[in-house]
Design a protein around this ligand. Structure first.
Ligand code: A3P
Length: 281
């Protein structure tokens, strides 16, 4: 059970009281999935907004108007947020989701495509900590140390990071799925976008590819008020959806003791997990 008053638990996962409903989550399990659905799945703060930008521009063939007039959530909504109306979008439906494996639509096992993006969890918890300090929807954490404990115990939005990544990976053979690493995207965005295009069966010439890559960099997205969700209700003027966008910001937040404790836990919990994590930029 979550200690956060802003969250409710549903089947072992924590959702946001003001935007999710159990009725809709129940409905989603059996919702019809279409052949051309593309869903980017992430644990929060692992590159969701980035994928909203990348998918939009790939499907608009690099037409920048597509990312200038509408919020990312209006073009590439969260599957599990009822007000964003994923179910009634025209095809091809592009969407993002933070749903854990066991709550995602069963139909995805038969058709559609999933792109799962994972990020090193030390940077994830730092990003989530700042996000909770920024966004009105979520409770302000009392301090980083306490928040880290909650993250480790899975008492934050969408529950345990460890379970999320491990379960999606363990069940990868049930889906048409591509795993992408946030840090690899950061280090070589061009190759990453090419990989995504190949998975989606999209061919783009070099010029279009260059345009997409340029407009998916942190620096360009940050100054696009749409991509940066500048109209979202916030508690502080110091935050942003697009905060720093770097690898290794955890080093300025974790104490040496917290880092050693986390490394030990990571080794235990992620033992035998084959995907590689990148901790330094
Ligand atoms: P930081 O808080 O570390 O800056 P999500 O979209 O899943 O909520 O993830 C948000 C994180 O992804 C933020 O991390 C944000 O800055 C980062 N991000 C978004 N777009 C990015 C980009 N183009 N390049 C690098 N990081 C990006």
């Amino acid at each position: 059970m979550s200690d956060n008053h802003d969250l409710f638990e549903y089947k072992g996962c924590n959702f946001i009281s003001n935007i999710h409903t159990t009725e809709y989550l129940e409905e989603l399990i059996n919702t019809e999935i279409r052949d051309d659905d593309v869903i980017a799945v992430t644990y929060p703060k692992s590159g969701t907004v980035w994928m909203q930008q990348i998918l939009t521009l790939i499907f608009s063939n690099g037409d920048l108007a597509a990312v200038q007039n509408k919020l990312p959530a209006e073009r590439v909504p969260w599957v599990e947020v009822p007000t964003l109306c994923f179910l009634t979008l025209p095809s091809p439906r592009l969407a993002v989701s933070h749903l854990p494996y066991h709550l995602s639509p069963e139909g995805l096992k038969k058709t559609g495509k999933v792109i799962y993006i994972y990020r090193n969890p030390k940077d994830v918890v730092v990003s989530l900590y700042h996000f909770q300090n920024y966004i009105t929807l979520l409770k302000t954490p009392s301090g980083f140390g306490e928040f880290l404990e909650m993250f480790i115990e899975g008492k934050v939005i969408y529950g345990s990071w460890f379970d999320h990544v491990q379960n999606w990976y363990a069940h990868r053979n049930e889906f048409n799925i591509l795993f992408m690493c946030y840090e690899e995207m950061k280090l070589d965005l061009r190759t990453s976008v090419q990989k995504i295009c190949k998975f989606l069966g999209k061919e783009l010439d070099d010029e279009k590819l260059d345009t997409i890559v340029k407009h998916c960099t942190f620096e360009i997205m940050k100054v696009n008020p749409m991509a940066n969700y500048e109209n979202v209700e916030s508690k502080s003027e110091n935050g942003a959806f697009l905060r720093k966008g770097i690898i290794g910001d955890w080093k300025t937040h974790f104490t040496v003791a917290q880092s050693e404790m986390f490394d030990k836990l990571f080794e235990e919990r992620m033992k035998d997990f084959p995907l590689k994590f990148i901790w330094d930029g």
